[in-house]
Structure formats: C-alpha cells, structure tokens
Design a protein around this ligand. Sequence first.
Ligand SMILES: *[C@@H]1O[C@H](CO)[C@@H](O)[C@H](O)[C@H]1NC(C)=O
Ligand SMILES: *[C@@H]1O[C@H](CO)[C@@H](O)[C@H](O)[C@H]1NC(C)=O
Length: 411
Amino acid sequence: MQRYMYAFMMATVARLRWSTIWLLVPVAAAIVLSKFASTTRRAPQQLPPVVVVPGYATNELDARLTELYHPSSPRCGAHKGKGWFRLYLNYTALEDAADVRCFAEQMATAYDAASDDYRNAQGVETRVPFFGSTRAFRYPDPDRRNFSYMDKFVSRLERLGYRDGENLFGAPYDFRYAVAPPGHPSRVGDAFFGRLRRLVERASRANGGGPVTIVAHSYGGTLAHQFLLRRPLPWRRRFVRRFVPVAAPWGGVVLGMLTIVAGNNLGLPFVDPLALKGEYRSLQSSLWPLPNPNAFRAGQPLVTTRSRTYTAHDMADFLDAIGLGAAIVPYQSRVLPLFRELPSPRVPVACVVGVGLDTPEMLAYPGDDFDVTPMMVMGDGDGLVNLVSLLAVDPAWRLPAAYFRMLKTSK
Ligand SMILES: *[C@@H]1O[C@H](CO)[C@@H](O)[C@H](O)[C@H]1NC(C)=O
Ligand SMILES: *[C@@H]1O[C@H](CO)[C@@H](O)[C@H](O)[C@H]1NC(C)=O
C-alpha cells in the first residue's frame, strides 16, 4: 500500500467521484447482460428489465416555499408562494454565494426528537420529480448537460437496446433522508421504499413478468440493500434477477468524516463546502457514510488530532468533538444498527468496485481544532470509498447466495 502525506483540496473529492463512476460503467453495463452469450443489440423484449437506483445527490429535487417559510433574506424568499421550482440541481442558482446561502437553508433538514424522525425546514415542501424514469438523474441539472454521473451508464444501456420506461427504469429519491431500523419512523425513506417496490413490480409486469436487475450506485447501493432486506424472501426471489451494487460503501468512507467536519460541496467546484457545512450536518444521510466497525478494524486510526485518535468505534466522541453532539442519538439509534451487520440479501449479487486509486484512509489534524485542513494518508480504494469498505460484504455474502461475484476494476 502506498502511503504518503497529501495536502487536502476539496475539489479533488469531486474529481475522484467522477473518475470512479466512469471507471465502473463498462463493467456494470456488461454485468447487467452477463447471462447472455453475446452483448450484441437485442430487441427490448429479450432484455432483462433494469431498475437503476442512483447515488447520492444525483437526481433532481423540487421545492415549494409556503407561507410558513421564513427566509433569512428577501433574496431567499424569491420563490415564496410561486409554486414548484428545481432546488437541486440548478447550477446557475449556485454560482452566486448569496444564493448558496438560500440553497443551504432550503435543503437543510432537522432531527425532531419528539417524533424521532427528520423533517424539512419549516415552510419548505419537497418532491422527487420523474420517479420511474432515468430522466430524473441523467443530468442532475438538465440545463447543464456536461455535469453528470449517470449519463454514460444510461447511454451504454441504450446502446445495448434498453429504452427508458420500457425495460429501463429510474428510482430517484430524496438523498437528504435515509431509512431507519425497525421501531424508528422514517416517513420519507419508507415512502421511497414503497415506490421502489411498486416500480420493481411494474418493471417486471411490463416485461413478461420476469425478474428485474437492480443496479444501485454508491449510497443508492446501501439503500437498495436495506430495501431488499425488508422485502419478504419470496418477493425477492420472485422479482429480483440480480442485485448489482456499484461502488457501495458498505463499511463507510473515511472521507465522510471530513465532509461532516468541513461540508460537502456536492461536487460543484465553485461552491465553498463550508457554506454547506450546516446544511450537510443536518441530514440523516450525512451520518450513513461514517466509517463503521464492520469494515474498519478496532484500533485503526481514522482521524488523529494532537491529543486524540478516533477509530470506527469512536464516532460518538468524534461527533461530539466536532460540535455535532446533537447527532449522537440519531446516529446511534437510527444509523449504526443498520451497519452492525450486513446480512446477505439472498438474491444473486454482482458487486462492482474500483481499486488501485489513492483513497484517503486517515486524516491527521496538526492540532486539536478541526477548522484547519488535515493531512491525508492515502490507501487503496476507488478514490473515494476505501477498499475495506467496498469489500466488507465479501466473503459473508458468498455463502447464502446462489450467485455472488466481486468484480474489481482498475485503471
Ligand atoms: C435556475 O436559477 C436561475 C437563477 O436563479 C433562474 O433564472 C432559473 O430560472 C432557474 N432554473 C430553473 C429551472 O428553475
Ligand atoms: C460545463 O459547461 C459550462 C459552460 O457551458 C462551463 O462553464 C463548465 O465549466 C462546464 N463544466 C464542466 C464540468 O465541464
């Protein structure tokens, strides 16, 4: 393993995310069809239907500002009372730092301890447009088509004969939310799982009743895994031909600790991550990628400061140290239990992962405060997700599955 110190630049996170998905596209596309002897173009009826669950911050979100919304400035209230608009992604609306503040306040959620669930900011209603179609995420901003994580993948499937709405379907979701373990409400996440179930059933019905391939990228992979676990086994066997998680961070991501410290600019190079720090910290989905003890061994330092070392077992202390003590209860009750065990979904699985790229494996803060840029120690992975995390379900999933493949690709 190559290890060296590396000065941090937020823009690298965005670049890495791009290189990762592009690296994986050909393999993921081939896997969709891998049961066939050849990959030449076929009539749509012969292709197994595919439902795509995109990764984090990949699909559009609409918002509507009601009378209950109290904008922090008149500028932020510009859409108030004027119906639905595209909150994510409107590239143009984020080019001005003043508008980024409005975006942050409208994207933020809050954990409500009384109802044990997350909710939108007051007066902000949101919806996920184009459910069922890859149109929802082919370009996060349809007015800026050179910014896309999924276009290449969708195009590849189209060249193989796939058609949106016929044998190819998209399952976008509100990526600010997640789902919670049984016994904890998750209004938004549960509604998504209901829609996803109906979409899989519809995709099957529209294609002769055969089973469906679910391709899920990154965060979408961990979500789709939870979805499968909640479906009865006979349903999974009836409707799921194959589960293809691409670059899924089963064990969390060391860089997830950095983004929760410093904010996440969503891959937009001109947006200052610090401007989205409060917004990012308010989301349940921001707690999902924190490294978990399933993948990272006890005693492995992930973040160091002058006086403290944090391992995957120390996330509560870490959240406290970065001033996010309010997230400890939801993290421990709503997130960690989902990742303590990673049961096999008991359907055929082909994991597609990228390896051999420098991936941040430890963040070293020179002092005790987190307001500075840490040095990063690099290890193996896909540039964003650490190798131990990508591989965390192997070999556990080999045993109960009829079919399990871990496909590693490198540059
Ligand atoms: C995107 O934002 C710009 C600038 O605020 C605005 O003029 C445009 O109408 C918005 N586009 C959409 C589709 O909402
Ligand atoms: C996309 O195009 C716009 C202008 O057409 C340009 O300013 C921007 O840098 C491009 N983005 C990428 C990621 O290439």
